[in-house]
Design a protein around this ligand. Structure first.
Ligand code: NIG
Ligand code: FE
Length: 411
């Protein structure tokens, strides 16, 4: 047992059954001042005011005076499994090329795929493990990871097996998403159907057999995959029990978002380009919109209109999009800060978006995302700080003092 005492503020206390928070509810971050938190067998057992703190129990006691405790970040969108890096494209952009122009020159996703195809599975695992350990140290306790840098059946399956191994070897909760339809390799000579059929007929059955994915994704975007490609993939995913979480409205709005909603997508992600009708479509759905501010920051593209979405009564979740091309960072504290600074979210809204709503967007809200009795004890303790607002305010600092995953302190 682990007992934290004298916690300055215990943040994000929720009934276990709260699925997500939306609209005005996002302004509230329920908390207890001068609190205790008791963890047993990896689970949050109890919490409350210090005057009700259990006495004389056989637990390791930690004094958290001046410090705050939050549920770990739930990062519902990442491509953290990849080989090598793409810093030369970063320099190309500084010198004036756009993301699209770099793609036309053979860079972009296909560039990462070439590297990944040549990288043995164990080497890919080792490279990726370093990054997952890095985000654990930054306070992430749940992480969704996509395939999509393989782009051949073998390489896609290699990625998914690496994700599965990361999940079994590391203390963080990981969910896997099959993003075979991320880009088309030049060797297909533009024959998208041939590639999609391969994914549907050859890869999906193996994914099912080896239990390699929880969700299905597609990059629905001009120059990548169309809305009808999206329908084809989502329909196939549905047959195999894979809920959609899809890339839409990053550079152009072409109706992929509506298709996602039609197939009951758990989330629609990116949303840098949103029309009024896209915001309307999200109302009365259970699909979580997921802006990725780190991507907008790194590519200098518009930020998703998160403020407008919340004001329209929608929920939002925030995620990192950690990947070698558009967001080489999985720092969720930076994501939360950037959402406050660039999207005008309040600190409470941004923290809700990166915890409880993030948990929903990756299907783990019954286990993670809030301080609730019975949820998994994935939490972090801050250094002594003045207020919760200080967390996004100090955008470049690491404020983490102690990390607990599955009830165990991570060294
Ligand atoms: O989410 N937008 C599509 N996919 C990734 C980036 C892909 C890449 O450039 O490697 C994203 O931003
Ligand atoms: Fe992405």
């Amino acid at each position: 047992m682990l007992l934290f005492k004298n916690i300055k503020q215990l943040l994000q206390i929720r009934d276990k059954n709260v699925k997500y928070v939306k609209g005005k509810e996002m302004k509230e971050l329920p908390s207890i001042s001068n609190a205790f938190l008791l963890i047993e067998d990896g689970i949050i057992k109890d919490f409350g005011k210090m005057e009700d703190c259990p006495q004389n129990i056989d637990a390791e006691i930690i004094d958290a005076k001046g410090k705050m405790i939050l549920p770990s970040w739930c990062d519902s969108h990442s491509h953290i499994v990849y080989a090598g890096n793409r810093e030369s494209e970063f320099v190309d952009r500084i010198n004036g090329l756009t993301y699209e122009q770099i793609k036309e020159r053979g860079g972009g996703i296909v560039n990462s795929a070439k590297r990944l195809q040549e990288t043995p599975e164990e080497e890919l695992y080792q490279q990726s493990k370093i990054r997952v350990e890095e985000v654990i140290a930054l306070g992430t306790g749940a992480l969704e990871i996509k395939s999509g840098y393989g782009l051949t059946p073998d390489a896609e399956l290699k990625m998914l097996r690496v994700i599965k191994k990361l999940n079994s070897e590391l203390p963080i909760t990981i969910k896997a998403t099959f993003l075979g339809a991320h880009a088309l390799l030049p060797e297909y000579n533009g024959d998208k159907d041939k590639y999609l059929n391969l994914l549907i007929n050859e890869v999906l059955p193996i994914i099912k057999e080896e239990n390699l994915a929880d969700f299905i994704d597609i990059f629905c975007e001009t120059g990548y995959f169309s809305v009808s490609d999206t329908e084809k993939i989502l329909k196939a995913g549905e047959k195999y029990g894979l809920k959609p979480k899809i890339h839409v409205n990053q550079f152009t709005a072409i109706g992929g978002l509506q298709m996602g909603i039609k197939y009951k997508a758990l989330s629609v992600d990116h949303l840098e380009v949103m029309r009024d009708e896209d915001i309307e479509a999200l109302k009365n759905s259970d699909t979580m919109p997921v802006p990725l501010p780190g991507c907008s920051y790194f590519l200098s593209i518009p930020y998703a209109p998160a403020r407008q979405m919340i004001d329209a009564g929608l929920p939002i979740a925030l995620a990192s999009d950690f990947n070698p091309g558009t967001t080489p960072s999985g720092n969720m504290n930076f994501v939360v800060s950037t959402a406050c600074i660039k999207m005008k979210l309040t600190p409470n809204e941004a923290i809700n978006a990166a915890t409880i709503n993030g948990a929903y967007a990756m299907g783990v809200n019954d286990k993670l995302g809030s301080i609730s009795r019975g949820k998994i004890a994935n939490i972090y303790v801050t250094k002594p700080i003045s207020s919760v607002d200080f967390i996004p305010y100090s955008y470049g600092s690491n404020l983490i003092d102690t990390i607990v995953l599955n009830g165990k302190i991570i060294k």
